[in-house]
Design a binder for this molecule. Structure first.
Ligand code: C2E
Ligand code: MG
Ligand code: MG
Length: 592
């Protein structure tokens, strides 16, 4: 066999030149060359009448043809063979050598199937023939069987025998998406489609840890069986994670079908599980997502998982809501961007005056973080502080706020030529109290700014105490030892336990804005404010009212004996320079 050098003639000549390596010269009687090949091979061409004919073949090719059992092939006539796709492949290749030259084909079904790969390579032109090619047939049966077995293994969960996550996504892909229209037996058109349910077995890792892996396995198998018992025909179950199962539910009447499936699942889980002489109750969280046309299966799966998270928090099955997911995504991107903003020192600290309600003078300023995002604009601390708390960034933010506030106050003192008669109040999150060394941080701040402890107020919330009262007590006492003031922020909205009020060294109660705002319209709010004021009085604490927006509120609170107040009526949070100007003006009694 040699590689042909001369280009062919006729309509294939240009194409032949494009595949020279395969362009093999074979003439009639090249049977020896064919027999030397280790695979089934034959030469096929178009005869002078343009009919597809087999011109030569080796013994192995004969054997394959026998196996296929096609009479036309046996007679060397490929044109009319039962495997018509082979004939089409050859014809199109002989017409254009750049046409596809490979084909996989199978005979029979299931385990008895045989699989071949057919390959075509162009041959040099023979004077008696039109274009010809070499056909080889490779038996791939064993390879395909191995691939099929491996694939089945890859798609199966070995413990329960159910499809696994990979298979589940394939199942989603092949399920008909909705919503579409379905004409029922009553002639009515109804929307239909599929929904994905994710069922998460709660407390599984704890059960597994305490009872052992074998017990856990048995539980999973029993759980899966119960899930199967809750399904209707057409619904499909998979194990998509350790303690997570996915179900594709066919919707015949709409999303209600999926909700009913969730109810049935919860019903079958109510009876206790009896395993190895033990009885345990298992609960599950169920998230649902409706399949949308052209939706990526992974995305749908993630949506259902997101709904599971919501279900865990809500305690009932939840349907995926895109708005909630987009809020969660916003929180997530805010976290990333906040980290960057803190690194680049892009946050600012504003100062809101705290007014002595008797004298009208500024007694201090509350430091409040401000963040103007370059694309999103102003982001409220009520949005980014919870994100910072959740992500742990509050530790960095808190230290930054403490340092910045102290530096600003020291700067004001310097500008004034003497310490100004005001303090600065810094907010401390419960997370900081739980995780940071607050006392050491405050001590560092005092040292580096040169301020004395009484110039600093720390505003803590009731949640700082509830988590770990012992730790809170130590932190409060350490702050007192540094001569700092401790204020209880948003008082009345948290746990308001009288026991800790009595035990902890708290100097100031800050009455939450919600009560102050309500005072003008709601007698209950007035009663609460009065009660807080007398409680503070009895415990020897001072009071600050938040959110004073009108002169009436300012006067009423002053009359009731509230020591100081803060609110838009006096001033909104101001930049450092404006805050100092405000202090100066009020000192001089300019706005009286
Ligand atoms: P907060 O400590 O209770 O601060 C008082 C909030 O009430 C501030 O909201 C302030 O701008 C607002 N406010 C004051 N007077 C009025 C008024 O008359 N009307 C109305 N509508 N609002 C008034 P802001 O600045 O949005 O801060 C919200 C919360 O974010 C703060 O509540 C505080 O809990 C937290 N926060 C702000 N900065 C920091 C910080 O640096 N560290 C920590 N841990 N938390 C901070
Ligand atoms: Mg505060
Ligand atoms: Mg507050």
């Amino acid at each position: 066999m040699q590689v042909a050098k001369q280009p062919g003639t006729g309509r294939n000549s240009a194409r032949v030149a494009a595949v020279p390596a395969l362009h093999v010269a074979m003439g009639e009687g090249d049977r020896d060359l064919l027999d030397a090949l280790p695979i089934a091979a034959a030469v096929v061409g178009l005869n002078s009448r343009g009919v597809l004919k087999l011109s030569d073949r080796n013994k192995k090719f004969d054997d394959v043809i026998q196996t296929i059992g096609d009479p036309a092939m046996m007679a060397g006539d490929f044109r009319d063979c039962t495997q018509f796709q082979i004939a089409r492949l050859m014809e199109s290749f002989l017409a254009d050598f750049e046409a596809p030259s490979e084909l996989e084909f199978s005979l029979g079904d299931g385990v008895g199937a045989i699989h071949y790969r057919i390959k075509l390579a162009p041959l040099a032109r023979d004077p008696k023939w039109g274009p010809r090619c070499l056909v080889s047939m490779v038996d791939r049966t064993i390879e395909v069987q191995a691939e099929t077995a491996l694939r089945a293994e890859m798609l199966r969960d070995s413990l329960t025998g159910l499809p696994n996550r990979l298979a589940f996504c394939e199942m989603i892909e092949s399920a008909e998406s909705g919503p579409g229209d379905l004409v029922g037996s009553d002639g009515l058109v109804r929307p239909w489609g599929h929904a994905v349910l994710i069922v998460d077995m709660l407390r599984f890792s704890r059960i597994n840890e305490s009872m052992g892996g074998l017990f856990g396995d048995e539980l999973l198998i029993t759980f899966a069986r119960r899930l199967i018992s809750a399904l209707r025909s057409g619904d499909r179950l998979a194990r998509t994670g350790g303690n997570e199962f996915g179900i594709i539910v066919a919707l015949r009447k709409g999303m209600d079908d999926a909700m009913r499936a969730a109810d049935r699942i919860q019903d079958v889980m109510t009876a206790p599980f009896k395993l190895s002489d033990l009885e345990i109750r298992v609960e599950c969280a169920i998230g649902l997502a409706m399949m949308q046309p052209d939706q990526d299966p992974e995305e749908l799966f993630r949506n259902a998982q997101f709904a599971v998270k919501q279900a865990k928090a809500a305690g009932t099955p939840q349907v995926y809501q895109p708005e909630e997911a987009s809020q969660a995504r916003r929180r997530f991107s805010i976290e990333t961007e906040l980290r960057r903003a803190l690194e680049k020192d892009e946050l600012k600290l504003f100062y809101q005056p705290l007014i002595n309600l008797q004298s009208g003078k500024v007694s201090g300023f509350e430091a409040l973080a401000r963040w103007t995002h370059e694309d999103r604009g102003e982001i409220s601390p009520t949005e980014f502080i919870p994100v910072a708390e959740e992500s742990g960034l509050i530790l960095t933010l808190g230290r930054w706020a403490m340092d910045k506030a102290a530096q600003t106050l020291a700067g004001w003192d310097q500008h004034n030529g003497a310490p100004i008669d005001a303090y600065v109040a810094v907010n401390l999150s419960a997370i900081q109290v739980a995780r940071d060394n607050i006392a050491a941080m405050v001590e560092d701040t005092l040292r580096s700014s040169g301020l004395t402890g009484h110039r600093l107020t720390l505003e803590l919330t009731e949640s700082s105490i509830v988590q770990d009262p012992g730790r809170a007590q130590r932190v409060f006492e350490a702050l007192k030892a540094l001569d700092a003031t401790v204020a209880m922020d948003d008082f009345g909205t948290g746990y308001s336990s009288l026991a800790y009020l009595q035990r902890l060294p708290i100097d100031v109660l800050k009455i939450d804005r919600s009560f102050v705002t309500g005072m003008m319209v709601d007698p209950d709010s007035v009663a609460i404010v009065r009660a807080v004021l007398s409680l503070a009085d009895a415990l020897g604490m001072s009071t600050t009212a938040e959110g004073i927006e009108t002169v009436e509120l300012a006067t009423t609170l002053a009359t009731l004996g509230c020591a100081s107040g803060q609110g838009y009526y006096f001033a909104k949070p101001l930049e450092a320079e404006a805050a100092l100007d405000y202090w100066t003006c009020r000192q001089l009694g300019a706005d009286k």
